[in-house]
Design a protein around this ligand. Structure first.
Ligand code: PMP
Length: 428
């Protein structure tokens, strides 16, 4: 049979190193929250394909919906011959999204594409060029979305320049001494020094900073941004690509704040493993571009739309929003127990929203210096023991939980036991 080592050698020869993989093993099959590699090793999957699998690997109704669609047609291009699954998904998203106003939805294929289109739409709707993003934000790897992304290494290294008229405001992170008040003061200063508010089309922010470290945006920050946007005629974009579709215990993480954004970008867990993404927004804003101004050959692929409708249905039918909250509590409890054994574990700051959680590792509690090496070692030991983990954070020293919301308590506990053992290995 195939070995991981042979495939790794072929991969290294055939695929550029810029596409990094967290695990040096190759997938053979996967089911719900478990995955098996080509050598038959079993893993519990706490990464969920980077927050894509809130409904698990191969959710039966998602797979059935995709297969049924494949037997009808797999591609016509919505721009040539439209089809109902696109319209049905748009209707569903318009109904689910917060905000008591008429909405429309554009479907595309990837998260980065959704963000690109949200900015295009905001520019067309306002007639303004500028966008304000935040420290540590992640919005994709295309050149515009890299411009919005607030982290140099590895994303922005060597590939600039990025589009102009992108400005950066501080993210409220109390651990580094930035309160909401400080962050808002920073934004106010930015609007005095560089970012003329009358030339700003949109402010974009993730409700829970994803790649940047699973830091939730405080509700008062959202409320302040909403009023700043209203005051200056700026559109507020919530990037829900990682936090959406039940991860935090709500359909959209911004719902925890009670604020309704003008535009929402979605992708990942919306379709349970199929590539489809979207921009949901105020109907009149979404209609800003003339016919032909939006789209792409594959945007809103019918198989992916059918999968998304089934994934959304599964989140509803299986009560996965409530499950996220319960799962989050369970993780917090166990992390607190493990973290209480502080020395020598150096586990710090259990944080997040619902089942969108992270823990951070530091060299010592006094200086709270990020320990990326320890984090890397924990990930390697966990993999060897059968648990897939993924890091995040500006310093790569946080571990994030993106386990399927369909995972059983038994699987979660088994994964947590492996996590604890991997910590032991890593500090030994
Ligand atoms: N925005 C956020 C918040 C994300 O987490 C991601 C992906 N990690 C993206 C945008 C980009 O999505 P994609 O990788 O599908 O282009």
């Amino acid at each position: 049979g195939q070995t991981n080592a042979d495939l790794l050698a072929r991969r290294e020869a055939a695929v550029p190193r810029g596409v990094a993989s967290a695990a040096p093993v190759f997938a053979a099959r996967a089911e719900n929250s478990e995955l098996w590699d080509v050598e038959g090793n079993r893993y519990i999957d706490f990464a969920g394909g980077i927050a894509v699998l809130n409904t698990g690997h191969r959710h039966p109704s998602v797979v059935a919906a995709a297969k049924a669609q494949e037997d009808l047609y797999t591609h016509t291009s919505f721009q040539v011959v439209p089809y109902e699954p696109y319209v049905a998904l748009a209707e569903k998203l318009n109904a689910l999204a917060p905000g008591d106003f008429a909405k429309k939805t554009l479907l595309v294929t990837t998260g980065a594409e959704a963000v690109e289109n949200a900015v295009k739409i905001a520019r067309a709707a306002t007639g303004r060029p500028g966008v304000i993003a935040f420290t540590g934000g992640y919005h994709g790897r295309t050149l515009l979305t890299l411009g919005l992304t607030g982290k140099v290494s590895p994303y922005k290294k060597d590939v600039g320049p990025f589009p102009s008229d992108i400005f950066r405001a501080p993210f409220p992170d109390t651990r580094t001494g930035v309160t909401v008040e400080d962050a808002l003061k920073g934004l106010e200063t930015l609007m005095l020094t560089d970012a003329d508010p009358s030339r700003i089309a949109a402010i974009i922010l993730e409700p829970v900073l994803g790649e940047g470290g699973y830091l939730p945006v405080p509700a008062e920050m959202w409320r302040a941004l909403r009023s700043i946007c209203d005051k200056h005629g700026i559109l507020l974009i919530a990037d829900e690509i990682q936090a959406g579709f039940g991860r935090t215990g709500k359909w959209f993480a911004i719902e925890h704040s009670g604020v309704a954004p003008d535009l929402i970008t979605v992708a990942k867990s919306m379709a349970g493993g199929y590539p489809v993404a979207g921009v949901i927004g105020r109907a009149e804003v979404m209609d800003a571009l003339a016919p032909g101004g939006l789209g792409g050959t594959y945007g809103g692929n019918p198989v992916a739309c059918a999968a998304a409708l089934a994934a959304i249905e599964a989140i509803e039918a299986e009560g996965l929003l409530a499950r996220s909250a319960a799962m989050g509590s369970r993780f917090r409890e166990r992390f607190a127990e493990i973290g209480a054994r502080t020395a020598p574990y150096r586990m710090w700051d259990i944080r997040g929203l619902g089942a969108m959680l992270a823990v951070e590792f530091v060299t010592d509690f006094e200086t709270a210096t990020p320990d990326a090496a320890l984090t890397k070692s924990i990930i390697a030991h966990a993999l060897r023991r059968g648990l897939i983990l993924l890091s995040c954070g500006m310093h790569g020293n946080a571990l994030r939980i993106m386990v399927p919301l369909t995972a059983s308590d038994a699987i979660i506990d088994e994964g947590l036991a492996i996590f604890e053992a991997a910590l032991d290995d890593a500090v030994r």
